[in-house]
Design a protein around this ligand. Sequence first.
Ligand code: HEC
Ligand code: HEC
Length: 292
Amino acid sequence: MNRITKLVLSVLGGFAGLILVFGIYVYAVSNSRITRLYNVKVTPIATSEQKKDIVEGERLFVSRACVDCHGTDLSGINFINDPAIGTFTGANLTMGKGGLPADYSLEDFDRAIRHGLRRDGSVLVGMPSFDFYAMSDSDLSILVSYIQNAKPVEKESAKQIVGPLARVLLVLGKLPLAVPAEHIDHEAKVERKVKAEVSLEYGKYIATGCVGCHGISLKGGPIEGAPPEWPEAQNLTSSGSLGKWSEKEFITAIRTGKRPDGSQMKAPMPWQNLALMTDTEIKAVRLYLISL
Ligand code: HEC
Ligand code: HEC
């Protein structure tokens, strides 16, 4: 072996070593975050705020996107399957074998939906609870009444597999979906009552379902951790097209996925789900968005 070859080999060896060390670091850090236990006390929902409404619960299940990951039969569907990002499947929410235990309480639902945690405080990887953290007590209990009434489906809830790229993104802070519980202030005092009316306050509440893709500022941009074929989410504030659309045009756009110029909104914009929003919800969210 001549000196040049030796030099090249030792540089390559050093490089491979660095990659290995980085790999071990990423694996260790991401694992500690995925397996961390949280000690969160959920405040019981006051009996006066507990509501049962299976029809309204189904509408919420669809319009708040639960259906995209948990399926129309609530037994869970695989929504990401990518060797680099991983395999993510919504849990079976029915009381069938492999689904939720028979004694799964309203507080357990609260811990899962608004905090992204299992009963034992472990994280629900892939459950986007930061979108649902502000959910009102009344909406939460209505959703739960629908879920508890679902036909039992026998299906083991799949384990989530966090792929290598997802781990790197997680360590770099670019993949909030992996551990939503990290992005929630579990101790914050949140007013969990909201009046369904065309107001800025209610619009802001509805817009919590848009920030996952359109960004915290709602100004759009590339969606974090998204597959390359997804288009960027658009700017929904007054400086985007919404500032120019009339209320009627906005309602049509949400209900049909068609913009005023006739162009169709592309996936993953979930207009088919959002179409189930009430007129009040759509008008309120518009009012809020164009106020930004
Ligand atoms: C982006 C996909 C996605 C969306 C949207 C979503 N979930 Fe989940 N959810 C998951 C995943 C993934 C898990 C399972 C995590 C695990 O088991 O590690 C989960 C777990 C749960 C659990 C906990 C089950 C358990 O084992 O304790 C409940 C309850 C739940 N989801 C309810 C909902 C409701 C209600 C909505 C809508 C308001 C919703 N989810 C929206 C992906 C999603
Ligand atoms: C799962 C991701 C996702 C969620 C959640 C989501 N959007 Fe979108 N949205 C998109 C993407 C991506 C586009 C761009 C589609 C395209 O380029 O055709 C888009 C486009 C739009 C447009 C068209 C804007 C324009 O300038 O043409 C409107 C309006 C819109 N979204 C409203 C909303 C509202 C309101 C919510 C919440 C109630 C919401 N979206 C939630 C992903 C999402």
